[in-house]
Design a protein around this ligand. Structure first.
Ligand code: BEZ
Length: 219
């Protein structure tokens, strides 16, 4: 299936939502965005995921990120479902909009279709997809999970921090990186440039190849 992937510009989706009609570009403005789909309303894993996104909404907001959920059912169904999500979440409000996609058009545009799951009438069902969108409206990172596997929202926050650091400092984040630990300097940065760009310095790891490409720094 052709599909939206990293580097692509996200289409300017127009849809009904729990916050009224939404035009995606107007909603995002110049912010980062996270759009995440769910197989369906009133399903167990989705209820826990939307609840956790609501619980972490402030963390995303602090990082300049706007959240937007998507499930194929209609707005009335979403509105009823939100009561369950908030009850599960001990009253924490769902403050982000949830898009409706009853015609299953948006999920096709956004590469959010589960290839195996079908609804009772044979229609397409969303996978558990999540796209992180940069201020330039390009997809920076995507998660593509099957319906049976709930996402780890701490991991969504972690990769967001990595993306934002990389966008700001010409660094990358190594294996199992956690916020606050050292980053590596991008290979496109020469040692001369690195001295200017990282005034706190950096450490180069000595390697058998003698190539000086593994450079750690704090930013
Ligand atoms: C769920 O959200 O729990 C779910 C939805 C569709 C298939 C399997 C699980």
């Amino acid at each position: 299936m052709p599909g939206l992937t990293i580097g692509d510009t996200i289409p300017n989706i127009q849809a009904d939502s729990t916050h009224g009609k939404i035009s995606l570009y107007d909603y995002l403005g110049d912010s980062w965005g996270i759009i995440f789909s769910h197989p369906g309303d009133f399903t167990p894993v989705c209820t826990t995921e939307l609840g956790m996104m609501a619980a972490q909404a402030e963390e995303f907001s602090k990082r300049g990120v706007k959240l937007i959920g998507l499930s194929c059912d209609d707005v009335q169904s979403h509105t009823e479902w939100i009561k369950d999500i908030e009850a599960f979440n001990k009253g924490k409000k769902v403050t982000y909009p949830i898009l409706a996609d009853p015609k299953r058009e948006i999920i096709k545009q956004l590469n959010m279709v589960d290839p195996d799951e079908k609804d009772p009438s044979g229609g397409a069902v969303p996978s558990r997809a999540l796209h992180i969108i940069g201020p330039d409206k390009k997809v920076k990172l995507s998660f593509l999970y099957p319906a049976s596997t709930g996402r780890n929202i701490d991991e969504v926050l972690r990769v967001l921090e990595s993306l934002q650091k990389a966008a700001k400092h010409k660094v990358a984040t190594p294996v199992n990186w956690k916020p606050g630990s050292k980053c590596v300097i991008s290979p496109s940065v020469s040692n001369e440039q690195a001295k200017q760009m990282f005034p706190n310095g950096y450490e180069t790891m000595e390697l058998p190849s003698k190539k000086e490409y593994l450079r750690f720094t704090d930013v």
